[in-house]
Write a protein that binds this ligand. Structure first.
Ligand SMILES: *Cc1c(COP(=O)(O)O)cnc(C)c1O
Length: 392
């Protein structure tokens, strides 16, 4: 029955396991440990725990398992391991599989902390990393070699919104025997078909659209049962980045409304992009879901929609700051995927750590702003943006 469900039904009901009380809303099992009927039962569970047998909350917990199963069903994955944050998922996915001497090829346009893990952490342990322009297939082809263990990229890059062709990169990676690891935040679980398009592991920061209401940090690694249980789980459960039961409960509640929120946000992002076409104060309006984006056809083929984030370019930092400061509904903050519209000036915040040259090669100019579109009334959002641009 659940195999025929569409995502929206799965996001409400998938993976639910009720206790003997028959509660409607998922139970929060705030327990670190679990009691065994006998010493023999404890021994048996440590040898091999069944799917509904738990040992310690760092290894697994009933509420966390509900979230993992629901997410695995949504993504079409065999299994998943939930983590304390999106970065625990990214670093866990990579570190659990890599060893000294391995090579990684990654797109250079990445979330700042992902860049830190690849550039500063993995290299310290003897992993070699090559960065490429994620949109350039020839660059991927040239960089991938026999020692390449995995490729890593964001489907839609933060904050420039360039789209990587999952299918084409996966073909190159698989020909070389490398795994494909995707940070899929900007695509969202609503539009993702990454596993059928060639990804081996899909990673989410659940902090973004899954919670979607600015409350908790979380993440998840999704993939084959074999990989999740044999490679990811031992690493995560012994190094300590597991998700808490309370967080899993918040995320389960978030999943119930995720598709309604994300589709409303996507519709507003498209309407806003339309309204801003040719605006005299903007040198560029980038949204992969709009026909004006150079990768619109690729976006439609991969995801069928452009997600919930748009990028706007004003000419200078002074103009960008005046625009941000004039907004009345849209909040100046640095999260994304939230019900509340949020705007960020990447050059001075999320990407401040980078040198001016690095920002230049990534297309993060002084006038660029990243706009995470919320679920407010579309007309109110357009009016707020227009009056703020008038103030520039
Ligand atoms: C936010 C984000 C992360 C990190 O997630 P946290 O939950 O903040 O740890 C990783 N990748 C991308 C693309 C993100 O947007």
């Amino acid at each position: 029955m659940s195999e025929t469900w569409n995502k929206r039904t799965t996001a409400v009901h998938g993976g639910t396991a009720r206790s003997g009380w028959g509660e409607v809303s998922e139970g929060i099992f705030l327990t670190q440990g679990f009691v065994y009927d006998s010493a023999e039962a404890a021994e048996a569970r440590f040898i091999e725990a069944g799917p509904d047998e738990f040992i310690y909350a760092r290894y697994g917990n009933p509420t966390v398992a509900m979230f993992e199963r629901r997410m695995a069903m949504l993504e079409g994955a065999e299994d998943g391991f939930a983590t304390a944050s999106g970065m625990a998922a990214v670093s866990g996915a990579l570190t659990s599989m890599l060893r000294a001497g391995d090579h990684v090829v990654a797109a250079k346009a990445l979330f700042g902390s992902c860049l830190y893990v690849l550039e500063e952490v993995l290299t310290r342990f003897g992993v070699e990393v090559t960065f490429v322009d994620g949109t350039d297939l020839e660059a991927w082809r040239a960089a991938i070699r026999p020692s390449t263990k995995c490729v890593f990229f964001e489907t839609i890059a933060n904050p420039t919104l360039e789209v990587v062709d999952i299918e084409a990169v996966a073909e190159l990676a698989h020909d070389a025997g490398a795994l494909v690891v995707i940070d899929n935040v900007f695509a969202t679980p609503v539009y993702s078909r990454a596993l059928e398009q060639g990804a081996d592991l899909v990673v989410y920061s659940a902090t973004k659209h899954i919670d979607g209401q600015g409350r908790t940090l979380g993440g998840i690694i999704l993939g084959s049962k074999e990989f999740i249980r044999k490679t990811v789980e031992p690493y995560m459960k012994h190094t300590g980045g597991s998700m808490s039961p309370f967080t899993a409960w918040v995320m389960l509640k978030g999943l119930e409304t995720m598709e309604l929120r994300v589709r409303a946000q996507t519709a507003s992002a498209l309407a806003l992009t339309d309204a801003l076409q040719g605006h005299e104060k903007l040198t560029r309006v980038a949204y992969p879901g709009h026909a004006s984006h150079p990768q619109h056809a690729l976006t439609q083929r991969l995801m069928g929609a452009g997600g919930t984030v748009i990028a706007l370019d004003l000419s200078t930092q002074a103009e960008a700051f005046r625009f941000l400061n004039a907004l009345q509904i849209v909040l100046i903050s640095n999260n994304l995927g939230d019900a509340k519209s949020i705007i960020t000036h990447p050059a001075t915040t999320t990407h401040q750590r980078l040198s001016a040259e690095q920002r230049e090669t990534l297309g993060i100019g002084p006038g660029l702003v990243r706009f995470s579109v919320g679920i407010e009334d579309t007309g109110d959002l357009i009016a707020d943006v227009m009056q703020a641009l008038d103030a520039v």
